[in-house]
Design a protein around this ligand. Structure first.
Ligand code: NAD
Length: 297
């Protein structure tokens, strides 16, 4: 088992992920631009730079906001030059596939193995160690990383070569946005025509419109206990992050000359929703308010 881990980016996701690694007995050297982010995680060893966190470790993990931060860290920030050939690099950030490919290939040129391993499961999954990792990179490298990923997650998928993890995550989240918007739209139409949203939800769940949003994440208030809809959409998976992921989907589609009319509509819809209701820090199922603004108290 690898013993020493470097971890950079201790935000909402990275903080609890690094904390879980420390709690599992790994020695975890961490760095974040924000000092308090490092001090808030129990059992880890704060460093004064990313290069220090990457030196003399078996596994180095990053959890950063976007592609420019990842390229900045590994290329301009000197991490690729600082790590030894034995260090395994894992970027868990959700970023554009092009940057993921570029950084992995720069690592490969230096004889260093790298995986892209974006996650789904949100902050609750990061805290509980139940994330899903969607991994791009060589199979044997994933097997090497598996014990570390298993501390932080409950499911690990191998999507393909480097950057395939990012592509799979982007496709999934684009579909999720379409499903959530479509579900909210159908519920609003039913209610406007006299239906009880709970009855309509049950009918659609058991019929051909059944989907994940109806099964576990019903967007209509009062239908599902414990859902974000029941707490005015506070917390959960933020509209800001959905807009970010849909933006990545649009870039990816442009890059491959793919037509994504549904994803494109969902992107516009979520941006309008964010602007109209200042909804960036609400859960993404708050798109229900876009269709039925009168639900807002
Ligand atoms: P966050 O903004 O809370 O945390 C990012 C952290 O990175 C911050 O603490 C910031 O100070 C640090 N940072 C930025 N640049 C740095 C650098 N060069 N060196 C060191 N530290 C640096 O973001 P988050 O919510 O933890 O999300 C991280 C990634 O996970 C994103 O790519 C996001 O899309 C993805 N993600 C988030 C969620 C979620 O629910 N929050 C779910 C799935 C995936």
């Amino acid at each position: 088992m690898s013993q020493k881990i470097g971890f950079v980016g201790l935000g909402n996701m990275g903080g609890p992920m690094a904390g879980n690694l420390a709690a599992a007995g790994y020695e975890v050297k961490v760095f974040d631009l924000v000092n308090d982010a490092m001090l808030g995680v129990e059992g880890v060893e704060p460093q004064s730079s990313a290069v220090q966190a990457a030196s003399d470790v078996d596994v180095f993990i990053s959890m950063l906001p976007a592609g420019r931060h990842v390229a900045g860290l590994y290329l301009d920030g000197g991490v690729l030059d600082a790590v030894s050939g034995d260090t395994l690099l894992i970027d868990c950030s959700t970023i554009d596939p092009e940057t993921a490919r570029m950084v992995a290939s720069a690592a490969g040129e230096r004889g260093v193995n790298m995986l892209d391993a974006p996650v789904s499961g949100g902050i609750a999954g990061a805290v509980g160690g139940t994330l899903t990792f969607i991994v791009g990179g060589r199979e044997e490298v994933l097997e090497q990383a598996r014990p570390v990923l298993e501390v932080m997650g409950a499911n690990i998928f191998h999507a393909g070569e480097n950057s395939a993890g990012q592509v799979a995550k982007i496709c999934n989240n684009m579909l999720l946005a379409v499903l959530m918007a479509g579900t909210s739209e159908a519920l609003a139409l039913g209610v406007a025509n006299g239906l009880d949203p709970a009855v309509l939800s049950e009918v659609m769940k058991q019929s051909s419109g059944g989907n994940w949003a109806l099964n576990v994440y019903n967007p209509y208030p009062g239908v599902m206990e414990g859902s974000a809809a029941g707490r005015d959409y506070e917390g959960g998976f933020l509209v800001d992050l959905m807009v970010k992921d849909l933006g990545l989907a649009m870039d990816t589609a442009q890059h491959s000359a793919s037509s994504v009319p549904m994803g494109s509509l969902a992107h516009d819809l979520y941006r309008l929703h964010r602007e109209n209701l200042d909804a960036g820090s609400l859960d993404f199922s708050s798109i229900q308010w876009f269709y039925k603004p009168e639900l807002r108290s």
